[in-house]
Design a protein around this ligand. Structure first.
Ligand code: ADP
Ligand code: ASP
Ligand code: MG
Length: 410
């Protein structure tokens, strides 16, 4: 009993039949005595379709108007689900982000939620209705529609759960939980019963798109019990929790990867104070986010400086770097937008040495050259050629014994 917020992703609401399936699950929870708030995404493929339309007109569409357009995807789904619930005899009402009043900042296309006015939702729940809220969207102080970035419906779900102090936020998707790695790349990946917020945050930020990173941040910050489940079956999914000292921590929980990486190198710049700033300052000013950074000092007193950016920003970053290279009288510049990043994540790494070397050995055994390395307390990331992505992920999954064990086959 109590309040549950359920979020259904695009595939889960991809057709009228699937919307009916969602409605039946919601009604099931109601029968068991729960109040239910449902957050839905746009039907599968819809956000991409809308984006393509806008880009047909302008490759860099006006950001405010793009939000007006993209928000329509979720508006269709909330209405269809509410129509379905009412038809099936379950009183329901749908609301857009602006109607609820999910207040965000005004950074179009990647707005952050500032506040949620949950009064209207509460009133409907008291009146015995299911409340259906559009994911991925909000409204800024001026009353303009904003969107939260790709995958943003997860964040709407968690933020609503936090605002309503829900007993659980359930993220329904097309896989039945969080796996040791993307099951589309490693078919025998193992579903995790539990994963810590810290690990999930790393997995999400290192490329596992099963949860939007902000949703995990939010859930951790407001202590929202968060569960990832399949909308196509039963099962307890994966619970995202705080680290439990009593729990035996797996060495490695998962492998994340990111295909959207690009690498830039400026060769032979003087090894003196201020050089990193001279290079990365203008990159930051152009709103290009830098991920990994490596600097090597050569014997001749010059250094090579390499960094990675999102592939979409590659051309822009190359342009800036070439200008800086001239000013610094650098010997050369190089770029490669066919690289990927593969990362091992696990809180168990904290107390174990030797994981990095096992990782490097597994990659070496498969003839995979490592181009860059970066580590933190609970993760190790490597950059490799994109042609090695699948091979690399599978090799590491094998090397660390992450596959589904026969006894846990369901
Ligand atoms: P939704 O539309 O429901 O939001 P997403 O496509 O955003 O669904 O997220 C679910 C997908 O995330 C899965 O289909 C899977 O391919 C991918 N994924 C990536 N990494 C993982 C992982 N570690 N565990 C489970 N799914 C993952
Ligand atoms: N519809 C949006 C997207 O495709 C938001 C979401 O599904 O979470 O990114
Ligand atoms: Mg998603």
């Amino acid at each position: 009993m109590g309040l549950i917020v359920q979020k259904y992703g695009g595939t889960s609401v991809g057709s009228v039949e699937r919307i009916e399936n969602v409605a039946r699950r919601v009604m099931d929870y109601r029968k068991r005595g729960h109040d239910v708030v449902v957050v839905v995404s746009a039907m599968s493929g819809e956000t991409d379709r809308l984006m393509r339309l806008a880009k047909e007109i302008d490759p860099r569409p006006n950001e405010r108007e793009l939000d007006v357009l993209l928000a329509t995807g979720e508006q269709v789904t909330i209405a269809l689900l509410a129509i379905m619930l009412n038809k099936l005899g379950c009183p329901a009402r749908s609301y857009t982000g602006a109607q609820v009043q999910i207040l965000t900042d005004d950074v179009h296309n990647k707005a952050r939620i500032l506040n949620i006015n949950e009064q209207r939702v509460r009133k409907d729940l008291q009146d015995g209705r299911v409340v259906v809220v559009a994911g991925f969207q909000g409204v800024d102080e001026k009353g303009d529609i904003t969107t939260l970035g790709r995958g943003g419906s997860d964040t709407t779900g968690v933020a609503l759960a936090a605002a309503l102090k829900a007993d659980e936020c359930q993220i329904y998707t097309d896989v039945d939980g969080v796996y040791s790695t993307d099951p589309r790349v490693v078919p025998n990946a193992r579903r995790l019963e539990r994963i810590t917020f810290e690990e999930m945050l790393e997995m999400a930020s290192l490329g596992s798109k099963v949860l939007q990173i902000r949703s995990v941040e939010f859930a951790g910050k407001y202590n929202v019990p968060l569960r990832v489940l399949s909308s196509f079956g039963e099962g307890s999914g994966t619970l995202i929790t705080y680290e439990d000292k009593a729990m035996e921590q797996a060495l490695i929980s998962g492998i994340a990867f990111n295909r959207d990486e690009a690498k830039l190198t400026i060769v032979g710049v003087p090894d003196q104070p201020g050089v990193a700033y001279r290079i990365l300052g203008p990159i930051g000013e152009a709103n290009v986010e830098v991920d990994m950074i490596v600097q090597n000092v050569g014997a001749d007193g010059t250094t090579d400086f390499t960094f990675t950016v999102h592939r979409n920003d590659f051309d822009k970053a190359m342009g800036i770097m070439k200008t800086v290279a001239k000013e610094l009288r650098a010997r050369d510049t190089k770029g490669d937008n066919k690289i990927v990043k593969i990362s091992l994540v696990g809180v168990g790494m904290r107390s174990h040495a030797g994981i990095a070397s096992s990782m490097f050995k597994a990659l070496a055994d498969h003839g995979i050259n490592i181009q860059m390395i970066s580590t933190s307390e609970i993760k190790i990331s490597v950059v490799v050629d994109e042609k090695y992505l699948e091979l690399g992920v599978r090799a590491l999954h094998d090397a660390f014994g992450l596959e589904q064990k026969p006894e846990s086959v369901r």
